[in-house]
Design a protein around this ligand. Structure first.
Ligand SMILES: Cc1cc2nc3c(=O)[nH]c(=O)nc-3n(C[C@H](O)[C@H](O)[C@H](O)COP(=O)(O)OP(=O)(O)OC[C@H]3O[C@@H](n4cnc5c(N)ncnc54)[C@H](O)[C@@H]3O)c2cc1C
Length: 401
């Protein structure tokens, strides 16, 4: 069978990396994923394996000890990993965004200090924009930094940090009024701080508390937490890029590559759902034949496979556009929107094909059914993607009358 979601024009190196990752996923992730997920257990052995494969440094430049690979290579690896277990792709995603932001916007000292240790996975990244009162509306951030000599003092509460407990470096977006007179647009008075901390829960650094894991419906195994800053002192040289007021743009740049990544996760989860559906449909018999021989089920499989192909093509297009150095917010928004919606639909169809067994925790599709909704929300909801897409379309197709 020709496998779905093939990618034309890959280099030998890309093909080799992908086949290594696929083998790792088939051998080390798929067999244990559902059991670990049900126990909400952190997949330490899998993370150690990913470190050995060099995946934490996949996109970090070679001069800092990484593999210096493209966004496309990264996204295709994420697709494979999410096919095995979406939570594992979540473990590397925030790390990747922080490394990307450092590479693009960090001072030389910040790059030298963090990137080599991020490439090995010794330093693990998380990023934090959301607060209890906001997610989509980043400009409404209320956490605040105030200058005090050579330091900034940070106060406020953050919400929904993926890898909040396991990470040792958090890129935190806060409001910093210094040098920005009252009335400055909110997005011009925000700053990203590079906050180093101990892994774990409780007071992980004076003034910084990670209260514990948020109990979630899916996306288990990976820790998602709150973060509380109460008089947290951060040296001025840990302002990303060394200049306040640039945080909003830095974070949006990070989220843009993050969107390609979430699209890739949607592709991976949808592929796995298709694989499970097409396999089950050939084993289950009703009315004297395998259900795959009923046209209604075949049509479902046809729709599912078409969605897998379409989402993959859009995700690859968005990654390639960014790799070429061009702006890709339109393509990334479209890919994220389509891949996450299609993922939800393909997973639901695979669930229906499983009949009652899909409802049993013994079947993998039950896990996928609880995982897919996260992709509708993370890195910007469908409505936010449509706002980005709509705005860009009106720029491109400005009425010339
Ligand atoms: C498991 C998980 C992990 C996460 N990890 C991280 C992380 O690592 N770091 C981080 O910073 N955040 C993280 N998030 C937060 C995530 O980015 C936000 O949940 C998301 O951006 C939505 O924000 P919200 O939950 O505040 O919803 P809201 O912004 O309150 O939106 C509620 C609803 O209103 C809609 N809406 C909002 N504004 C508009 C509008 N202008 N027009 C039309 N509709 C609108 C939304 O689409 C949504 O349907 C995570 C979330 C989850 C669930």
């Amino acid at each position: 069978m020709t496998r779905l979601a093939q990618t034309a024009g890959l280099t030998d190196v890309q093909r080799e990396i992908l086949s290594t990752v696929r083998e790792f996923v088939d051998k080390e992730i798929i067999p244990v994923a559902t059991e670990l997920e049900h126990r909400d257990e952190y997949p330490q052995a899998i993370v150690d394996g990913l470190k050995e494969l060099g995946l934490f440094g996949l996109m970090i430049p070679e001069e800092y000890g990484g593999l210096g690979e493209s966004l496309l290579t990264y996204a295709l690896c994420v697709e494979e990993i999410a096919r095995g277990w979406m939570s594992v792709s979540g473990i590397i995603n925030t790390h990747f965004i922080v490394a990307y932001m450092l590479k693009q916007h960090g001072t030389q000292e910040q790059k030298d200090h963090f990137l080599p240790r991020m490439a090995t996975g010794e330093v693990r990244g998380a990023f934090s924009m959301s607060e209890p009162g906001l997610g989509s509306d980043v400009s409404a951030i209320t956490s605040k930094a105030v200058r005090d000599g050579d330091n900034y003092v940070l106060n406020g509460q953050k919400m929904w940090l993926t890898n909040g407990g396991s990470s040792t470096l958090v890129a935190v977006l806060v409001r910093s009024d210094e040098g920005h007179p009252e009335g400055t647009a909110p997005h011009k008075s925000m700053t990203t701080f590079l906050v180093e901390k101990e892994p774990g829960f409780g007071e992980v650094r004076p003034g910084l508390t990670i209260p514990g894991k948020i109990d979630k419906m899916g996306y288990k195994g990976v820790d998602t937490t709150e973060l509380i800053m109460d008089g947290l002192r951060i040296p001025a040289n840990r302002v990303l890029g060394g200049q306040t007021g640039r945080g909003f743009y830095q974070m949006m740049d990070g989220v843009e590559v993050g969107r390609v990544n979430v699209a890739a996760r949607g592709c991976g989860v949808a592929q796995r759902a298709f694989e499970l559906g097409v396999s089950y449909a050939q084993q289950r018999h009703t009315f004297g034949k395998p259900i795959a021989q009923h046209q209604a089920i075949q049509f479902k499989l046809a729709e599912m496979a078409t969605k897998v192909e379409a989402a993959h093509a859009m995700m690859v297009n968005a990654a390639r556009k960014k790799d070429s150095g061009e702006r890709n917010d339109l393509e990334a928004g479209m890919a994220k929107y389509l891949a996450s919606e299609y993922c939800k639909e393909v997973v639901e169809d695979a669930f229906r094909i499983h009949g009652g067994y899909g409802f049993s925790k013994e079947y993998e599709i039950e896990r996928l059914y609880r995982e897919a909704p996260m992709l509708l929300i993370g890195e910007g909801t469908a409505e936010i993607q449509k706002m980005i897409i709509g705005r860009r379309l009106l720029e491109e197709y400005r009425f010339q009358g």
